[in-house]
Ligand binder design. Structure first.
Ligand code: DAH
Length: 339
């Protein structure tokens, strides 16, 4: 009798089923009234008295194991074969808290979207860059202060490898592998060796634009930037260009927009001037074209670069730059509706 029980225990442990019907057959075979296990109970009467205790324990063990096994096999099919017509499998199980898009991402997408409608393609480059793409190819003199340790993060023991200080490096990355026409928009993170405060951070975000073709003029640049400003900040927005200097553009300019917080009347944000600076721009320096393998006699270009934090501040009046990287969900949730 004991051997029979042991054999059944081993058998039960190995049971498998490929459908609910199979499970039902196993149930009938082992545990239904006329099944193998209840019939063992009948034989129990003829077990000699001295073996009764041990045998009883074993039969009980077999009974529990068989029940457990058959229930487990049945559970395996329960969800897939559930035949409950009211059960809506598309319904969310419980209210799932959804995240929000980061304000800088919202604004970045908006900028990229405006320029894509003007025919600009998305381009990207590495954040860990070499000196050539960040500085030399962009016509920075060897002794330019931006190359200084004070301003730039270097990768230790590799004096040539740095964290890019501006997205202008992507201009060079694209020009070296593609001949004009080039019309790209390049968003990305940049790094500068600055003390962190409400108004400065050691990393921030920029969007770079570049257009190189046979007949590109400063007028084209101004027109595209005006359109951008009005799409971004509203139809009534005015722009003004002030002469400036960048090594990679000639002539260079900085662009202001009429302050969209006070509508140009003058407020704390625009320092009571009615204007706020939002970007740098200019005609690509012919030397930059040549350094990157483009014939400067045949082609001309314009470029511009702006800080995403600055545009976001103007749109949402975020007073402290650190809010963007602290991941305080109370701040991030404020942008729920802006998605
Ligand atoms: N790279 C400049 C910066 O980081 C921004 C800039 C100015 C980009 C003028 C341009 C440009 O493409 O034409 O401050």
């Amino acid at each position: 009798m004991l051997e029979k029980i042991e054999a059944l225990l081993a058998e039960v442990a190995q049971l498998t089923a490929t459908s609910l019907d199979d499970v039902e057959k196993l149930r009938i075979k082992y545990i239904s009234k006329k099944g193998l296990i209840p019939s063992l109970m009948n034989d129990f009467r003829s077990v000699p008295a001295e073996l009764k205790k041990e045998t009883g324990i074993k039969i009980n063990e077999l009974k529990t194991k068989a029940l457990e096994k058959i229930n487990a096999l049945r559970d395996g099919f329960a969800t897939s074969d559930a035949d409950d017509s009211d059960f809506d499998i598309t319904r969310t199980g419980y209210p799932l808290p959804l995240g929000t898009r980061h304000p800088l991402n919202i604004v970045k997408s908006e900028i990229v979207d405006i320029f894509s409608r003007l025919g600009f393609c998305l381009a990207e480059g590495p954040e860990v860059e070499d000196d050539w793409h960040v500085f030399s190819a962009m016509n920075f003199a060897d002794d330019h202060p931006a190359r200084d340790m004070q301003d730039t993060f270097f990768v230790e023991s590799h004096p040539d490898i740095i964290l890019r200080t501006h997205t202008s490096s992507v201009q060079s990355r694209v020009m070296e592998r593609q001949q004009p026409p080039i019309r790209i928009i390049c968003p990305g993170r940049v790094y500068r060796n600055e003390a962190i405060s409400a108004r400065a951070h050691c990393f921030f975000h920029q969007v770079e634009g570049l257009y190189v073709d046979e007949q590109v003029s400063f007028t084209d640049l101004k027109q595209v930037l005006l359109l951008f400003a009005q799409e971004m900040f509203g139809e009534g927005t005015k722009i003004r260009l002030r002469p400036s200097y960048f090594p990679f553009t000639e002539p260079s300019a900085e662009m202001d927009i009429s302050c969209n917080i006070c509508g140009g009347k003058g407020c704390g944000f625009c320092k009571h001037t009615g204007w706020v600076e939002i970007l740098g721009c200019g005609m690509v320096h012919p030397r930059v074209l040549e350094l990157n393998g483009i014939d400067s006699k045949k082609y001309k270009g314009y470029a511009f670069g702006m800080g995403i934090e600055r545009i976001t501040n103007l749109k949402y009046q975020v007073k402290d730059l650190r809010m963007f990287s602290e991941n305080d969900v109370r701040f991030l949730r404020e942008f729920e509706a802006a998605n």
